[in-house]
Design a binder for this molecule. Structure first.
Ligand code: ADP
Length: 166
């Protein structure tokens, strides 16, 4: 049986921290499916199509990683994909409480699906999509923190947004 892990998130946009986690996931699982949530409540900067496209470009070299959008209950999606685990990243203590809540809820919803936490490399331990967007919006460099395509997409998107307000 091949071992499939589902890595859910908003990925607005994908960062090198996410990629670090996907690579780590692939060392333990045969396949990692990156499941992108629309997250309308979070008001994402990038549309779901843009996020999918950026992820696809970023995982081009990773044979057993693929990306899809999902909008159902996570455990239902995992079952549909025949996944055995939900992959999540733990950066600092601040992630812990929320992640524990979700993991317990998902276990309650389906006790056969295990949530697996992995830690990114130290250099990405304080990296979030939000901080990347914040820095980029003020013209700061996010080089080395996100894939090159994301860097370009951020510049294009933020220029477009500025154009709307000026
Ligand atoms: P969500 O909206 O579900 O928090 P994110 O796209 O922010 O979605 O994150 C998806 C998952 O990736 C979460 O488990 C998060 O902890 C993890 N993650 C985000 N940034 C990093 C990072 N720099 N290193 C490792 N894991 C990360």
């Amino acid at each position: 049986m091949i071992k499939i892990a589902i890595y859910p998130g908003t990925f607005d946009p994908i960062t090198n921290g996410h990629l670090d986690l996907i690579q780590r996931g692939l060392m333990t699982f045969d396949e990692v499916i990156i499941a992108v949530a629309p997250s309308t409540r979070k008001q994402p900067l990038f549309t779901i199509q843009e996020r999918l496209k950026l992820i696809n470009m970023a995982i081009k070299g990773l044979k057993n990683a693929k990306v899809e959008a999902f909008s159902s209950l996570l455990v239902e999606y995992v079952r549909r994909k025949k996944g055995i685990a939900i992959l999540r990243g733990l950066r600092a203590v601040s992630d812990f409480e929320y992640e524990l809540q979700m993991a317990h809820m998902n276990r309650r919803l389906d006790m056969h699906i295990e949530t697996v936490f992995m830690m990114p490399s130290e250099e990405y331990s304080f990296l979030t999509s939000s901080i990347v967007k914040e820095v980029a919006s003020f013209g700061g460099s996010v080089k080395g923190l996100v894939p090159a395509e994301v860097e370009k997409a951020l510049k294009r998107k933020l220029k477009g947004l500025k154009g709307l307000t000026e």
